[in-house]
Design a protein around this ligand. Structure first.
Ligand code: NAD
Length: 360
């Protein structure tokens, strides 16, 4: 049985903070609630993601490697566990548990599904389970948007964007770019699936885009005609290998991580979110490391750029490869939790933790 916490009790909890030894109530937050909490908040979420990168860069986080659960009978599928802990004002621990089943798309349901568990800092008790495919897409889009902003400072601001692979993540990245003030003279679209390309163009048209939208049949055309390229495919192996396609020096948001051959990585300036995380699991930067035996091709992290420890050249191809950090999910998840609590709509599962007396 669920109840909605009264506004008064939520306000009291906020005012006093959780009692250190109390078992916190357990809430379930639906995708509809997550979406309402995040709608129109692109600027705040990009700022929050920036602040979280800074906390992580300053060492105020624990973010062990993601664990990939794979299945011999379903080789294209996986479920990833991202445990993390974040300090600063957020101060929460937790776990994102996210499935990727690419065959879902043919059956008409999204590829990825996820939950996020938030754990109380003082007692360790889980206090919320949130639908998390939206949180994951939002934090990924916010990270890409933050990178587009910081990495285009000191170089010509991109005016032609090309989306390479146009599923949910591409849509969220476009929403976050638009919601933080980006506008483009041209938008290019490329996808292996003609239906996906048409669907994405329809979304762009519905969102009121006035400038030309071009669906490119050929990958080369899309890249050569874009100065901001967003990769959001589900490719498991590099499929773009000609460095000359990048001769015009685009900014590349390599969100899907495995599209670029090592030659392209090695011919570019490379910024990642976290070096240890990103150079594993067969990502393109990982393949480049295996090819060269070193990490010299990585200039630094986005946090290094934001804090001035690293600078990027004013021209030439510049590739941002974000592995995706659990701390971002925690920060955005806690933001959603606080918003839902503030609106008085937390759905508490009564008696979720039941065996609470040591000797019965
Ligand atoms: N780095 C991160 O933090 C992070 C976070 C979330 C998702 N992702 C990644 O983003 C990617 C996209 O996720 P999504 O939910 O939008 O997936 P999706 O399945 O909804 O869409 C992917 C699209 O890419 C297209 N595609 C696949 N291979 C292609 C290729 N070689 N060339 C052109 N198009 C191709 C598909 O037809 C599909 O339309 C996934 O790889 C996912 O793992 C990364």
């Amino acid at each position: 049985m669920t109840t909605t916490r009264s506004a008064a009790s939520q306000a009291a909890a906020r005012a006093t903070g959780p009692e250190p030894t109390a078992v916190p109530p357990f809430a379930v937050i639906s995708g509809a609630q997550v979406q309402r909490a995040l709608a129109g908040r692109e600027k705040q979420i990009v700022e929050l993601v920036g602040a979280t990168y800074r906390l992580h860069g300053a060492g105020d986080s624990v973010n062990p490697p993601s664990y990939f659960l794979r299945f011999p009978d379903r080789p294209s599928s996986r479920i990833i566990a991202l445990p993390a802990s974040i300090g600063g004002p957020v101060r929460v621990d937790g776990l994102k548990w996210i499935s990727s089943f690419p065959e879902n798309v043919a059956a008409g349901i999204p590829r990825a599904s996820a939950v996020l568990i938030l754990n109380d800092h003082d007692t360790g008790y889980p206090f919320a389970c949130l639908e998390s495919s939206i949180i994951s897409a939002a934090r990924t889009a916010a990270s890409a948007t933050l990178a587009a902003d910081w990495l285009s400072r000191g170089r010509r601001r991109p005016a032609r964007v090309g989306f390479f692979g146009v599923g949910l993540i591409a849509r969220y990245i476009h929403t976050f770019l638009a919601g933080t003030g980006w506008s483009f003279d041209e938008i290019g679209v490329h996808d292996l699936s003609a239906d996906a390309a048409v669907g994405f163009r329809g979304y762009l048209q519905r969102s009121g885009i006035a400038h030309p939208i071009t669906v490119h049949e050929r990958a080369e055309e899309l890249i050569r005609s874009s100065d901001l390229v967003v990769f959001a495919t589900v490719a498991g192996q590099p499929h773009v290998s000609d460095p000359s396609w990048f001769d015009h020096g685009p900014l590349v948001l390599h969100v899907s991580l495995r599209d670029l051959a090592p030659e392209i990585v090695l011919a570019s300036t490379n910024i990642v979110d976290d070096i240890e995380h990103c150079l594993r699991a067969g990502t393109s930067p990982h393949l480049a490391e295996q090819r060269t035996g070193n990490r010299d091709f990585v200039t630094g992290t986005l946090d290094d750029v934001m804090t001035g420890r690293a600078t990027v050249p004013a021209d030439g191809p510049l590739v941002f490869s974000p592995f995706g950090l659990g701390v971002l999910d925690l920060a955005v998840g806690k933001y959603v939790y606080d918003e839902v609590a503030r609106s008085g709509e937390l759905q508490i599962i009564n008696d979720f933790f039941h065996e609470l007396s040591r000797y019965g």
